[in-house]
Design a protein around this ligand. Structure first.
Ligand SMILES: O=C(O)c1ccccc1NCC(=O)[C@H](O)[C@H](O)COP(=O)(O)O
Length: 219
């Protein structure tokens, strides 16, 4: 089965090119004002055009209202929406129906009980994304570069479509894939040289590490 790979928080043509050349299935754009990865919808729209159909362009939002979503959808034209806040199942259904776009719902995980919170979203969200809980004091619901215990995902239905996220990087992705064999993975700060600054070399190293883990060859 092919592994979905999302590189999130992209802001430049060079790093988008590195993500696509490496084999990213998804590229993510962050619309959360406090994030160092924040991008204006119009800028994301221009970058998204350069992506063409080579990867799915994902708009990441946090409890966004209709006006914010209208602007993002009309200016960026995403292929998918990632709802990374406390959006209810009803809100996910409403957004999905109104924009006619697939929705990935993010959940923060630190214990087994957190995984049961996805149940009301079955049949509503198209995919799930499991991220770590933000560290105390962080203003960001995602992009914190912290991991959770990946073994928690071993109890999930093998047919569940999700991305493993949170603190992944070229050094630990092999272990993450081995431990929970996820259908998809997502990385942001693990391929950065500073908060919000993606690094082409780190993006390439991440893909090499994924390939090495999947083929058993050295990275
Ligand atoms: O990345 C952000 O700054 C961000 C801000 C607000 C909501 C979500 C955000 N990121 C969402 C993602 O999908 C990240 O890739 C995910 O949280 C993993 O980040 P990291 O642990 O840095 O790899």
């Amino acid at each position: 089965m092919s592994l979905s790979i999302k590189i999130c928080g992209l802001k430049t043509p060079e790093t988008i090119a590195a993500a696509i050349e490496g084999g990213a299935s998804h590229v993510g754009f962050i619309f959360f004002a406090k994030s160092p990865r924040y991008i204006e919808p119009g800028d994301a729209g221009r970058l998204r055009q350069a992506v063409g159909g080579r990867a799915q362009a994902v708009a990441v939002v946090v409890d966004a209202n209709d006006a914010v979503l209208d602007t993002i959808v009309s200016e960026m034209k995403p292929d998918m929406l990632q709802l990374h806040g406390k959006e209810s199942p009803a809100r996910v259904a409403e957004v999905k129906q109104f924009y006619g776009l697939p929705v990935m719902k993010a959940f923060s995980v630190s214990e087994a009980a957190d995984l049961r919170k996805i149940e009301p979203y079955f049949g509503v969200a198209d995919r799930f994304l499991f991220d770590a809980k933000p560290p105390k004091g962080s203003e960001l619901p995602g992009g914190n570069g912290v991991s959770f215990d990946w073994r928690l995902l071993q109890s999930l239905d093998p047919k569940l479509d999700y991305l493993l996220s949170g603190g992944l990087n070229a050094e630990n992705i092999g272990e993450a894939l081995r431990l929970c064999n996820p259908p998809g993975i997502d990385v942001s700060s693990g391929v950065e040289s500073a908060p919000g600054v993606k690094d082409v070399g780190k993006i390439r190293a991440f893909f090499r590490a994924v390939e090495a883990a999947r083929t058993g060859r050295a990275a």
